[in-house]
Design a protein around this ligand. Structure first.
Ligand SMILES: NC(=O)c1ccc[n+]([C@@H]2O[C@H](COP(=O)([O-])OP(=O)(O)OC[C@H]3O[C@@H](n4cnc5c(N)ncnc54)[C@H](OP(=O)(O)O)[C@@H]3O)[C@@H](O)[C@H]2O)c1
Length: 229
């Protein structure tokens, strides 16, 4: 089945690898990017390889860009079968040293931005009888793994996990929502010493975005296996 998918924060890192893998499966991909020039360059490179990838301006911290993108996804041929909330931000300061702007940014990118996008595209998924939502989280957002990471990161990823659990209770079963942890990945965020490639980090998100109808919902996964919240 050919799907139409939006991946946020996809101009580089794990998001770009998710886009590439989903496009190589024959899907139509919207590459969400807050820096439209960088996103268009990334999309053009993939199109040169014959892939169906178009850049879309989505800044999770600017509600107007989310709303404009949602209007675009209402058009015939642009309706989303899957949404991958991949964008992430890692402010390094301890909790008590964060500025208001850094706290607001963490909440917007990991919680309120994804929720705004979900709110905008889920009614269409329900009407069409199918949808997949993937929230790219982190083991640092897991209570059972000790809420690691600096300052606001683990707290807001935990909030994204809570959003996943809550949303699964409200959605009809044909619209599935799951969270995943990509592991420690060699990106600008993960650093050069990380153990996994962006392609490896992308795999579980690609799997969740293309789940069959009898696939799981309301779960948290790493390497395609369920993990504890
Ligand atoms: N790397 C790891 O080891 C690791 C581990 C666990 C979880 N994760 C999660 O995996 C996801 C991808 O991370 P990554 O390692 O690929 O990080 P990355 O290389 O730093 O990429 C982060 C992406 O998010 C985008 N972004 C940041 N703020 C945004 C905003 N306001 N609106 C839209 N996009 C925004 C960035 O855009 P710009 O290019 O414009 O900055 C970039 O495209 C994140 O959710 C991260 O938390 C990563």
């Amino acid at each position: 089945m050919k799907r139409t998918v939006l991946v946020t924060g996809a101009n580089r890192g794990i998001g770009l690898a998710i886009v590439r893998q989903l496009a190589e499966l024959g899907n139509t991909i919207f590459l969400g990017t807050r820096d439209l020039k960088a996103g268009e360059e990334a999309a053009a490179t993939l199109r040169h390889n014959g892939l169906d990838v178009t850049a879309v301006h989505v800044d999770l911290a600017v509600a107007g860009t989310i709303d404009t993108a949602i209007q675009g996804f209402a058009r015939p041929g642009h309706q989303l079968d899957a949404l991958v909330n991949n964008a992430g931000v890692l402010h390094q300061q301890p909790l008590l040293e964060l500025t208001d702007a850094q706290i607001a940014d963490s909440i917007a990118v990991h919680l309120t931005g994804p929720l705004r996008l979900i709110r905008g595209v889920v009614p269409g998924m329900i009407a069409r009888g199918a949808g997949r939502i993937v929230n790219v989280s982190s083991g640092w957002g897991s209570f059972s793994e000790g809420l690691g990471g600096p300052g606001a990161y683990g707290i807001t990823k935990a909030a994204l996990n809570a959003l996943t659990v809550r949303l699964a209770k409200e959605l009809p079963p044909e619209v599935k929502v799951n969270a995943m942890c990509p592991g420690w990945v060699r990106t600008r965020m993960g650093g050069e010493g990380a153990t996994r490639s962006p392609e490896e980090g992308a795999d579980t998100a690609v799997w969740l975005a293309t789940l069959p109808n009898d696939g799981p919902t309301g779960g948290f996964f790493r390497e395609r296996k369920a993990i504890k919240w």
